[in-house]
Design a protein around this ligand. Structure first.
Ligand code: TRP
Length: 332
């Protein structure tokens, strides 16, 4: 039996963090065996909000691809491509824009929220308004996609499904309604300051940074604020050090650090040293592969070109059907 097709895209954000590792990379790695996986870099989606500063998009794309592959996403199994290399996505977005009522797009919660909350970027552009429409094109252009989504993306998937029904009602049964699967909730990884790990908070540990950088960052982490002195008992449940250690450390070791923190038998500085050591060991295979891949400067672009070539047949077939149904082909 042929495998179902799964599709997911990420905006190019550059080097990935330990938060991405537990939040989605492990999941992507698992899904590539179960499904025919299509993983793409949504560089046009990055443009919708960052159109005033596009200089880093190419570099971010390349770094993200290297991180994916070093993390075990295998270009021989998963088709890895760049959205902008499949130009028909823009064409299909335009066709979808014919059937999409403006009010549907105005109602998308992420659109309303981001317009209200983000003031440092100009999001009054049409491109940003079209964000969910372009996402619907990404999905439907590869027909029959299962899309693993986090909570925040559910309205986009709903919109896609509604659009597909409206489009098919008008032009015939051409597009497939995607099926959303709720992505297994990856672990939430705290950053150096205890808030969610995020590039924009400046509290992130990058997968590809050096051991020295990781050690320095771990030594600067916040711990239980109530534990001022080594003799004060601590609460591991609210300490980011423990939360990260639980994800990457040896279970017996972690239990022992938990115990000795609660009874003030060991200090935070010693625990930081241990966490840094364990984290560097945990990431060493990844880092070795990443460094190896980076030696070949064209590698990420070869992966993307190969991926684009692999999606092209399915895309051409679908677009042929769509153009014919809308009478924008030659008619012969
Ligand atoms: N909207 C997604 C995000 O913000 C990125 C994305 C673009 C996507 N196109 C997609 C995700 C298609 C799944 C399917 O992260």
């Amino acid at each position: 039996m042929s495998k179902k097709r799964i599709l997911t895209g990420y905006r190019p954000t550059g080097r990935l963090t330990l938060g991405h590792w537990f939040g989605n990379l492990l999941n992507m790695r698992e899904l590539q065996d179960e499904y025919e996986a299509y993983y793409f870099v949504a560089d046009w989606h990055a443009l919708t909000s960052d159109w005033q500063d596009t200089h880093a998009i190419r570099q971010y794309t390349e770094e993200m691809v290297l991180d994916w592959v070093a993390a075990g996403i295998d270009p021989a199994k998963a088709t890895i491509y760049r959205q902008s290399d499949v130009q028909e996505v823009a064409e299909l977005t335009m066709y979808l824009s014919m059937v999409a009522p403006m009010s549907w797009l105005e109602r998308v919660p992420s659109y309303k929220e981001q317009r209200e909350q983000i003031s440092e970027k100009d999001l009054g552009n049409v491109g940003f308004f079209l964000y969910p429409l372009m996402q619907a094109a990404d999905i439907t252009i590869v027909r029959g996609a299962v899309v693993p989504v986090g909570e925040d993306q559910i309205p986009h998937l709903e919109l896609t499904r509604e659009l597909v029904r409206r489009f098919n009602g008008q032009y015939g049964d051409l597009l497939v309604e995607p099926q959303a699967i709720i992505a297994k909730q990856g672990a939430r990884v705290p950053g150096l300051d205890g808030r969610k790990m995020s590039k924009s908070y400046g509290n992130a540990i990058y997968l590809s940074e050096t051991e020295e950088e990781t050690t320095k960052k771990v030594m600067s982490m916040v711990t239980d604020p109530a534990r001022k002195l080594k003799t004060d008992p601590g609460n591991p449940d609210i300490c980011p050090l423990h939360q990260i250690h639980k994800l990457i450390g040896d279970a017996a070791d972690v239990a022992e650090w938990d115990r000795c923190c609660r009874v003030a038998d060991c200090g935070c500085v010693a625990h930081k040293r241990k966490l840094a050591e364990d984290l560097n060991a945990y990431l060493s295979d990844f880092r070795e592969r990443r460094a190896e891949l980076a030696k070949n400067p064209g590698y990420a672009w070869e992966v993307l070109a190969d991926g684009a070539a692999r999606v092209r047949p399915a895309v051409s077939e679908l677009m042929g059907d769509v153009r014919r149904a809308m009478h924008v082909d030659s008619g012969v």
